[in-house]
Design a protein around this ligand. Structure first.
Ligand code: FCB
Length: 436
């Protein structure tokens, strides 16, 4: 059988991932408050006028979706809690019906032998907090920590794997460049968001300490210089500092990376202590490598350029180059000797077609091959999550880029497993994995 080489250590966790705003819908159901994303969606919509109002309607189709996960044989499911669903104002006042939804989700997973990996923040927060400045406001870290405490009080007896924040880099860059259309460009001031997001993470780790394993999910690329020209080499060093190292260095080395001898942002040593509170795992979201050249128009004097050999790009414009995944993993291991165990928290390929997604299967298999060789070389990687369980709202790109193992017809909301679903199911079935 093809992919026979993809045999992973016993106990490796086989997962799929989603995020609340991308799948749930029910945007104002049962006492949910509006989020920052709802507000922009209703003001002008995302690509093709898309909104997250209905999305996959996962909120109302929970049982069916849980059965799809069980059918795959997943042992881990990564999902996020919508903060405005459970705490509509973002401060005080909890919404019991929102909390009950996540209780049903967690219980449904456990009944099916699937371990929940709960992301506490995957980009949607209550609009009243956005009105108060969102992540530019340092108080956001305290509000977030209180929200985390409420969730742990309610679910901490059943959830044992927590992800504090998904891709703080994306949150920050979307705001700095205005690319998410949620906020106008914030320029260099936007870097303060990195500190606030990291502080929020650190507070959450402290509050989650006795409730299981805690980590953060970072989007990392693996950065290479476009040429040996010192100008490009310096650009790549800057890109590494402003992207891959921006969160890794404070988390694991208790300092911000330096560019031209200066830390990229000033941070109080007391804040750094909070930020560097030890975590149990690092979540890695990986889609594509970054080849960097100097550029005067780039935000920090650099830009991404095509890879050598110009491999095909996916529909979001990212190179399809799974063979580079191992370089990122090796770089992580080399640069961060105190690195905790790693979970791959996202990895996937967008396509625009239907259920015959052979290109996705090839991409996922190649990525898994890279992960397996990193494990064979001694790296502690404990699990893998396909992005995504099902087709969903790809943020500002709308519904056209489809990442799912399950096809969703957005007119009827009918779910149909794709070829990749059957492939992943067979792969999981061949492994010895966690059950409990
Ligand atoms: C990541 C996001 C996730 C999804 C994938 C394609 O950056 O975390 O929600 O949109 O990209």
């Amino acid at each position: 059988m093809a992919d026979d080489d993809l045999v992973f250590p016993r106990g490796f966790h086989w997962g799929a991932a989603t995020a609340a705003y991308q799948v749930e819908g029910g945007w104002d159901a049962d006492g949910k408050g509006p989020s920052n994303w709802d507000t922009v969606a209703h003001r002008r919509g995302f690509a093709d006028g898309a909104t997250g109002d209905v999305a996959c309607d996962h909120y109302h189709r929970l049982a069916e979706d849980l059965d799809l996960m069980a059918g795959l044989g997943l042992t881990s499911y990564r999902f996020s809690v919508s903060w405005p669903r459970v705490q509509p104002q973002g401060r005080g006042g909890w919404n019991p019906r929102g909390l009950e939804f996540y209780e049903r989700l967690v219980d449904g997973l456990l009944e099916r032998g699937i371990r929940p990996a709960l992301t506490l923040y995957h980009w949607d927060h209550p609009q009243p907090l956005e009105d108060a400045g969102g992540w530019m406001n340092r108080d956001m870290a305290d509000w977030y920590a209180d929200y985390v405490t409420g969730i742990v009080d309610r679910l901490g007896d059943r959830v044992t794997r927590w992800i504090t924040i998904n891709e703080p880099l994306s949150v920050m860059y979307a705001a700095m460049t205005g690319s998410s259309r949620l906020t106008g460009p914030l320029g260099r001031d936007g870097l303060a968001m990195a500190r606030n997001l990291l502080l929020a993470h650190g507070f959450a780790v402290q509050r989650l300490r006795s409730s299981g394993e805690v980590g953060i999910a970072l989007n990392l690329s693996g950065i290479m210089a476009a040429s040996s020209d010192p100008v490009d080499v310096r650009a790549a060093v800057r890109a590494e500092a402003y992207e891959d190292r921006l969160f890794l260095d404070p988390l694991f080395c208790k300092q911000f990376p330096r560019v031209d001898g200066e830390p990229v942002l000033d941070c109080d040593p007391a804040d750094l202590d909070v930020i560097a509170t030890p975590i149990d795992f690092l979540g890695v979201n990986w889609y594509a490598p970054a080849r960097i050249a100097a550029s005067e128009t780039g935000l920090f004097g650099y830009a991404r350029v095509d890879l050598p050999g110009a491999p095909k790009k996916n529909m979001l414009g990212w190179p399809i180059a799974p063979e580079y995944f191992g370089d990122l993993l090796a770089w992580l291991r080399r640069c961060y000797p105190g690195l905790p165990p790693v979970y791959i928290t996202e990895n996937g390929l967008p396509l625009d077609g239907g259920t015959q997604d052979h290109e996705r299967i090839a991409y996922l298999a190649d990525c898994l091959r890279q992960i397996k060789s990193a494990i064979d070389m001694g790296m502690d990687i404990r699990g893998y999550h396909v992005w995504s369980l099902m087709d969903n709202l790809e943020w500002e790109h709308g519904y056209r880029p489809r990442f799912g193992l399950v096809h969703v017809d957005f007119a009827t909301l009918q779910r149909t497993p794709k070829e990749s679903y059957h492939w992943y199911k067979a792969l999981i079935a061949r492994q010895g994995s966690w059950r409990g």
